[in-house]
Design a binder for this molecule. Structure first.
Ligand code: SF4
Ligand code: SF4
Length: 384
């Protein structure tokens, strides 16, 4: 059956404008009856924005505070029991929510905050890959989980949207361990799909008004996309986002090929009914996608030499590095792939490409964009 996804044009972060657009989206998806079925009376609704790290208000790294406010204003019509939270990749979730302006919105509207610190151990019986989990208790306990992802590029996964956003439901430092356990893109994608099944993500409303292109998810460039994308199907929402940023077939991004091949949600354009704006009109022909980061080599010794010649790698721009050590701290591998060495008067990371699992946590969390997804010459030729 086709999944309905609402695509709305919204040209700025005016709260009332976004609110009206979200209401229009719900109307297109089925109106009052649809929302009441999604949010049964008195249910506890968890809003999961993207708070990747501690960022300034209006930063394209995180879900915008005005977008969050508009969502809250709409959902307040259906429940008083709203809570929001996330667990950033680095730094405190409370600080991230405060700095980005979401905490202020929450206080004004009586939305509770949960730092995703309290955990619960769970088993996912029909897992594709991962059976045993520890996730933020609130993510499991809330009656309804609404994901509020930001439309962005991503070093390891090419793209981060409605599926990837729930990775924040894994508390704090445990996220880094998952990069080590799921040390290639395919396993990581399966893990994300299992996680969404476990926490039961019910709906997604994507902030694609100002998206991020290039060196995402933290150090890319803001890109005006004027889009709000919403629907029950996480893969449907992401697939629509991928099409407007230039992927004709969303399966070009491996996690959606895996989702499609495993019957996990609708991915193909013909299986998604995009309603609202005409998708062709919303496309950005010049969107800078992230360079390929395929992990097709695994980690076997025999493949290491070939991998070093071909696979993308964390590439340092020496001039930008502020010697903060964060890349070293977040690298999940043991022993560390990164060594901090003195070069021309400052301490900078040096990478052991043969042991690097290409999780790009270092690139993701470098505070000044000194790391990007680099391509080898041979890799460029082969991928082209
Ligand atoms: S590369 Fe980035 S994260 Fe690593 S030390 Fe330099 S500034 Fe810090
Ligand atoms: S060096 Fe960067 S990409 Fe390589 S394993 Fe460490 S964090 Fe991941």
């Amino acid at each position: 059956m086709k999944e309905k996804v609402a695509l709305l044009r919204c040209e700025n972060y005016d709260v009332r404008l976004i609110e009206n657009k979200i209401r229009e989206g719900f109307d297109l998806l089925g109106g009052e009856g649809f929302v009441k079925e999604l949010i049964p009376e008195s249910s506890k609704v968890l809003l999961k924005p993207n708070l990747l790290s501690v960022e300034e208000e209006n930063s394209p790294v995180v879900t915008n505070h005005a977008f969050f406010e508009a969502v809250v204003r709409v959902l307040k019509d259906y429940t008083e029991d709203l809570v929001f939270g996330d667990s950033p990749g680095f730094g405190s979730s409370e600080k991230a929510a405060q700095k980005a302006g979401l905490m202020d919105v929450a206080k004004r509207y009586g939305v509770k905050f949960d730092p995703f610190v309290e955990k619960v151990s769970l088993e996912l019986k029909d897992a594709m890959l991962v059976k045993n989990w520890e996730v933020a208790k609130i993510a499991y306990e809330a009656d309804v989980l609404i994901s509020l992802p930001k439309l962005k590029t991503h070093g390891m996964m090419y793209f981060t949207g409605a599926v990837k956003n729930q990775f924040g439901c894994i508390p704090g430092t445990q996220k880094a361990l998952w990069h080590t356990r799921m040390n290639n893109g395919e396993n990581f994608a399966k893990m994300l799909l299992d996680l969404n099944k476990l926490v039961g993500t019910d709906f997604a409303i994507m902030d694609g008004i100002i998206a991020m292109e290039g060196n995402g998810p933290k150090s890319g460039t803001p890109k005006k996309m004027d889009s709000i994308i919403m629907g029950r199907s996480l893969t449907g929402v992401d697939s629509t986002a991928l099409r407007i940023i230039g992927y004709e077939d969303p399966r070009e991004v491996p996690q959606y090929k895996i989702a499609h091949d495993n019957g996990w949600g609708n991915v193909l354009p013909e299986d998604i009914d995009v309603i609202g704006e005409d998708l062709q009109d919303m496309k950005a022909a010049d969107f800078k996608k992230i360079r390929r980061t395929n992990e097709i080599f695994g980690n076997s010794n025999g493949m290491k030499l070939i991998k070093n010649l071909i696979a993308p790698y964390p590439k340092l721009t020496y001039e930008k590095c502020i010697s903060c050590n964060r890349c070293y701290e977040v690298c999940p591998e043991k022993p560390k792939v990164i060594e901090m060495v003195e070069k021309k008067g400052k301490s900078v990371p040096v990478f052991d490409k043969s042991t690097c699992i290409r999780c790009f946590c270092c690139q993701e969390l470098c505070p000044v964009g000194a790391l990007e997804v680099g391509e080898t010459l041979l890799g460029k030729i082969i991928y082209k």
